[in-house]
Design a protein around this ligand. Structure first.
Ligand code: ARG
Ligand code: ZN
Length: 455
């Protein structure tokens, strides 16, 4: 297996020589925590007023990488999640206490969460009960090579009703593999699902994989899955950022961006969800290559976003206008079902329809395992961020039902979601997708009836 990926993660995150907790801070920090020194914390803050937001923003500028905002400060009363490196904890927590800025410690030991996420592969794991046809466990996370091999293995099983192919190479030369499920026919509407454009959001690819396996090999009793595979053509891209994903396995579990180089900066990567050619460069994007939300030096600067856009254009838009009925992009975390727009607080004219079907989909999720999802436009319920794929799908392609789903959880584990959440999240997303696709079929049927009546 070569090197143990978890080790590398630890090396990078814990190798600096800054002092641990407690040193010179006897009173500032409760003794209980001193035994867990040199671990990263994730805290959730509740800024009450503008001054709290200002404080957070100034800390953000001052501490750079050591204070990583997983949910950024936006408006008062909106939660903010931050990962704190061990060196800055003794300085920052007292400061927060003084300012009256309340916070909860979501985890005071991020490292053990990360190692729990990738248990040693045991025999028991390989013969897991929730497994897809070829012993590929659906209840653990997989490396890009494993996913890629698994996808290749699917071809023989499902042809001619499905196909697996590469839509082009990544910056580092990995093939981006996609699966088509359902016959290719001009008359069939298309549902698109991509996942993992942000590398560290592991639950997203895992959920896409779960959906693929349930669509191509539905449980015996699952009549609806068969119907869906027969009414739609599905295109599912489970890992939209393979370079970044691989990097999260080998070097830095919390990497978000692609892995491209930049001319004038040593920092690498572009935020794949700020790189799309629709209001590119607007609010909530950065022009600094070292930032997490770096938009790239031009729209579609990244081969990954370009490959997707080219495929979508060639297959469905230029030739088959209007086939793309649903665009879904899977992310984590927060449990949000997001609609356009992300680039402005305004909403599209058909926003009520998007919210209506989004609400039905999230109700289906709630009925499945009880999770609650919030529905609304990205800008309104999360934050402004331009150049996202969902905005592009709606704004440029005209896909009516374009959504970004921020999967489980709401922050207890955040990006480091333990593997036992995979099947429940998968079930929920499958139910949501089912609800959405049935609603869209109904809507299309109604529209067709109307057209017949009036023409
Ligand atoms: N967390 C996602 C991101 O930051 C949300 C994207 C929502 N869509 C949007 N167009 N802003 O990329
Ligand atoms: Zn994301």
């Amino acid at each position: 297996m070569g090197t143990e990926p978890g080790m590398k993660w630890r090396r990078r995150m814990f190798s600096d020589s800054a002092s641990g907790l407690g040193i010179g801070n006897e009173l500032a920090y409760p003794p209980r925590h001193r035994t867990t020194c040199r671990v990263h914390h994730v805290i959730r803050l509740k800024p009450k007023h503008e001054s709290h937001l200002q404080l957070l923003k100034s800390l953000k500028n001052k501490h750079g990488e050591q204070m990583e905002f997983w949910r950024k400060p936006t408006i008062p009363l909106q939660d903010v999640d931050v990962r704190l490196s061990p060196e800055v904890i003794p300085g920052i927590l007292p400061l927060l206490n003084e300012s009256g800025l309340l916070y909860d410690v979501m985890t005071d030991d991020l490292e053990s969460l990360v190692s729990a996420e990738r248990p040693k592969r045991s025999v028991a794991d390989v013969v897991d009960v929730t497994e897809s046809p070829d012993n590929f466990s659906l209840s653990s996370y997989h490396t890009y090579d494993e996913i890629s091999d698994w996808m290749d293995g699917l071809i023989d099983k499902c042809k001619p009703d499905c196909d697996v192919f590469s839509i082009g190479d990544t910056y580092e030369g990995r093939p981006m593999k996609i699966i088509r499920i359902g016959k290719e026919s001009v008359r069939r509407p298309v549902i698109w699902i991509d996942a993992g454009i942000h590398a560290r959001e592991w639950i997203a690819p895992a959920t896409a994989i779960y959906i693929i396996s349930k669509l191509i090999d539905p449980d015996k009793s699952d009549r609806i899955a068969r119907v869906l595979a027969s009414r739609y053509t599905w295109y599912i891209l489970p890992v939209a950022n393979p370079d970044g994903y691989d990097y999260t396995w080998t070097m830095d579990r919390l990497w978000r961006k692609t892995r491209s180089h930049h001319k004038y900066s040593p920092c690498r990567g572009v935020d794949g969800n700020r790189n799309w050619d629709f209001h590119w460069g607007g609010e909530g994007t950065s022009d600094l290559p070292c930032n997490e939300d770096y938009r790239g030096d031009e729209p579609f600067s990244e081969p990954e976003t370009r490959n997707i856009a080219r495929l979508v254009f060639d297959e469905f838009l230029l030739t088959l206008q209007g086939r793309l009925a649903v665009y879904l992009s899977l992310h984590s975390y927060g449990q949000y079902w997001l609609t356009p727009w992300g680039y402005t607080y305004n909403v599209p004219p058909d926003y009520p329809d998007l919210v209506h079907l989004g609400t039905k989909a999230t109700e289906a999720m709630r009925r499945t395992h009880g999770s609650r999802y919030q529905v609304g436009s990205s800008a309104r319920i999360l934050y402004l961020a331009a150049g996202g794929s969902d905005d592009w799908a709606k704004g440029v392609l005209g896909v009516k039902y374009s959504y970004t789903v921020e999967l489980c959880d709401t922050g207890r584990h955040g990006f480091i979601l333990p593997p036992h959440y995979i099947t429940t999240t998968g079930d929920e997303m499958l139910e949501a997708t089912r609800s959405l696709s049935l609603s869209v079929l109904r809507e299309r049927r109604r529209a067709a009836r109307k057209r017949r009546r009036y023409t």
